[in-house]
Ligand binder design. Structure first.
Ligand code: ADP
Ligand code: NI
Length: 218
């Protein structure tokens, strides 16, 4: 029987191995940062740390080899993994619900998390989508998808359905308006809200510098 610490360590090793070499923004280091963010946020909440850590480690498990928009894949893969480590059904169920609920579905859709642990992991995931790291991930993703960075003739658009959000091929800068700048107001915990405010400000400064440089100003 593994101790909780050993279960977390084994899971981290396994996820690290699975994600190594992934270049689309879902690399091991994204998982590592979300895990750290989640531990930091959870210190200020009355949360079950075991669930928070495992859900953070497993939250993007479906985005590696299996990415096909099917949101039953992540919970299924996570369940098999946790069962293999003899984690109880009750805890496994709670982790799988978090994995199912966590992903961003576009500006017009809600982001309800049914547990405190889920709210913490979602905040942690969203913190990694904003600020300096968020900017870097966004342009890395845009390059991966062969998108232009910016086109002054194309105005920012907000997609009001998940389908429109996923189907969009707008220049990468649009992603700030359809997602990144919306995230600070969608944080669940006070700790994440505070960190998000700083990262948001940094993105606003980045955009204003970006547009100024585009015109040869500053
Ligand atoms: P998450 O790990 O938050 O669930 P996603 O799967 O939505 O992330 O996206 C992975 C990374 O790629 C994030 O940093 C996200 O902001 C970025 N990304 C997603 N869609 C786009 C897009 N259309 N343009 C640029 N970046 C994107
Ligand atoms: Ni993620």
């Amino acid at each position: 029987m593994l101790t909780p610490e050993q279960i977390i360590e084994t899971t981290a090793d396994h996820v690290k191995e699975w994600f190594t070499g992934e270049g689309s923004g879902h690399d091991w280091w994204h998982i590592y940062r979300v895990w750290n963010n989640a531990k930091h946020i959870a210190k200020h909440e009355q949360a079950d740390m075991f669930i928070v850590e495992l859900a953070a480690l497993l939250h993007d498990i479906a985005d590696h080899k299996f990415h096909n928009g099917d949101d039953t894949v992540g919970p299924r893969v996570a369940r098999e993994w946790l069962q293999g480590l003899h984690v109880s059904d009750e805890i496994t169920d709670r982790i799988c619900v978090i994995i199912k609920e966590i992903s961003f579905k576009g500006a017009g859709t809600s982001s309800v998390m049914s547990s405190l642990e889920g709210a913490i992991v979602q905040d942690a995931d969203r913190l990694d989508a904003i600020g300096a790291i968020g900017i870097a991930r966004t342009f890395a993703y845009g390059g991966h998808k062969n998108r232009e960075m910016y086109d002054p003739a194309i105005k920012p658009v907000l997609h009001d359905s998940f389908e429109a959000y996923k189907a969009n091929t707008a220049p990468t800068i649009n992603h700030f308006y359809e997602k990144l700048l919306l995230l600070k107001d969608r944080m669940h915990t006070e700790t994440a809200r505070r960190i998000a405010a700083r990262r948001h400000q940094y993105m606003e400064e980045f955009l204003s510098q970006f547009y100024a440089e585009w015109e040869g100003l500053r």
